[in-house]
Write a protein that binds this ligand. Sequence first.
Ligand code: PEP
Ligand code: MN
Length: 358
Amino acid sequence: MENNKEFRQWLDAMKLSHPLVIAGPCSAETEEQVMATARELQKTDTNVFRAGIWKPRTRPGQFEGVGEIGLKWLQQVKEETGMMVTTEVGNADHVEKALKHGIDILWIGARTTVNPFVVQEIADALKGVDIPVLVKNPVNPDLALWLGAVERIQTAGITQLGVIHRGFSSYNSGHYRNKPKWSLPIELKKEFPDLPIILDPSHICGRRDTLLDVSQTGLDLNFDGFMIETHIDPDNAWSDAAQQITPARLDEITKELRIRKKSSTAEEFQRKLTMHRHELDLLDANLIEMLADRMGIANQIGAIKRKENVAILQGDRWSEILNSMVETGVKSGLTKEFVETIFKAIHVESINIQQKKD
Ligand code: PEP
Ligand code: MN
């Protein structure tokens, strides 16, 4: 995929005075819930109203969306409030129905982006259509798969493109519902500076209290906008209740976000510095997280070894790891001494952990 200035046209055409704000409920539930949420959002900085009509739920038996009737409610939001409207499409039939109802922007969900067959089906259904399409990252942290989906849509003739970063699922997500792994969107931004990137802090956080912090990071990293799940009565939402916020809270969040303008050279310098410091902070946080994961596994190995009465120190395996890490490190531009220092420290800690009694 080539970097392409056309990507940005739809966003530039809106002449926004602040990053794009896409807000609205996880799911359209009833006409009243959709309209009441939209009327409150109209009083905020929201530019685009979102609502899921077809919901890809992880397990069956949960609310799976109201279906086509919800598109009529979105049309009503558009007519009454003047906000643009967007919904998730997961197959060719969804695309056809959304287009028929005048939906302004389509998005492809994380569970769809992982499947090239389905993305291709959507791309084929979009041939000859001129509408902005936003592609969420796949649930797994695979930049090529994410870009591959964008490329399929671009090949179908869609030029108004964007991506949405909604975090990556992992067996052990810890603090986040979906880990942000910021290095991936940073990498994507470096390669495709003209591809608009929107942050979805709702699915990253999975909870309300951390939304502001994660959104501020997105802003510091120059994301072009936000998609934030907003519901008139979040506690009683039919899906993703824990992460949805009221329109009033959305308004507070968008006002609290500190926008760093790029005007003077001094400010530009400051902005670059902040961005790089953020990159370092995020990488450092990733390093800690990875070290903690590694030690967690060392702990499990320790338990197995103790059970089988196997020696904790396996000299051959350790030399193998060290040699291979030095080789990989040197290839990546690190010195042999540095890699050895780091891995010796890791090894000592692993042994200590493995020696701990149950
Ligand atoms: C959503 O936006 O409601 C949604 C289903 O998101 P994701 O595809 O990121 O899980
Ligand atoms: Mn949701």
